[in-house]
Design a protein around this ligand. Structure first.
Ligand code: SF4
Length: 232
């Protein structure tokens, strides 16, 4: 990574928007057992600010919607980058922003909603509403017990599907919670990476058949390939 071309993308099917993959400080948690994408974090603030500025320059505002992602939470982006995002929102007449944050930042969401001049859709990596699997196997450090608690703060959960140890029942309940308590959501079909967490091919096959209808649901994005968003 590092080339702005790979950091800017346009989503033209569901929830049309522009996406910028920006660089932030290391994830303050950094210990989820399945996560190996924190390599994109940095510590050189000036370099990150200038890279992020280059990426943000590509935003045209054509959809009026902008999503900003980084390998971590939006609160780990340099302050100056957040100011630049705010400026782009004003300049390009963006009407809605998508941000992502870990559960530990839940109390920071309201101030951020006040700081930005437009509504924010906050995504959260829930992975699963099964508390034991999320906390013990995935080591997510997100200690809520009910989906309603998440919905008090966040707008759009990201679920992970197809991990060894997960069951069909867990996935069915997760999708049900997503649809019941949230307006929007993302489902990531798990791909093997450098961590010991493995994909369960049987389970993925079952999911792709059983939940084919989700692909037509305008409020849920199913990502089958890690690069489905066109960035990264
Ligand atoms: S919170 Fe996100 S970036 Fe941080 S370790 Fe977990 S998955 Fe990785």
């Amino acid at each position: 990574m590092g080339v702005p071309e790979e950091r800017y993308s346009r989503i033209t099917n569901k929830n049309q928007r522009e996406i910028c993959l920006l660089r932030g400080f290391p994830c303050a948690w950094g210990k989820c057992s399945f996560c190996d994408y924190i390599d994109d974090n940095g510590r050189d603030e000036a370099a990150m600010v200038s890279l992020n500025r280059q990426v943000l320059k590509r935003v045209t505002g054509e959809f009026g919607v902008l999503e900003v992602i980084n390998s971590g939470s939006c609160f780990e982006l340099p302050k100056e980058t957040l100011k630049d995002v705010e400026q782009i929102v004003r300049e390009k007449n963006i009407e809605k922003l998508f941000f992502e944050a870990h559960w530990m930042y839940r109390k920071h969401l309201a101030p951020m909603r006040r700081q930005m001049p437009v509504p924010i859709v906050f995504k959260i990596g829930v992975e699963t509403f099964d508390n034991e699997f999320r906390q013990k196997v995935l080591n997510k450090h997100a200690g809520f017990t009910a989906p309603q608690e998440v919905a008090e703060y966040f707008d759009s959960p990201c679920l992970m599907v197809g991990v060894k140890g997960q069951t069909r029942e867990m996935i069915a309940r997760d999708i049900d919670c997503l649809k019941r308590y949230f307006k929007l959501g993302t489902v990531n079909v798990y791909n093997n990476n450098t961590t010991p967490i493995r994909r369960d091919e049987e389970l993925v096959k079952w999911f792709m058949e059983e939940y084919r209808w989700l692909f037509d649901d305008p409020d849920v994005e199913v990502l089958y390939e890690i690069t489905d968003f066109g960035v990264g």
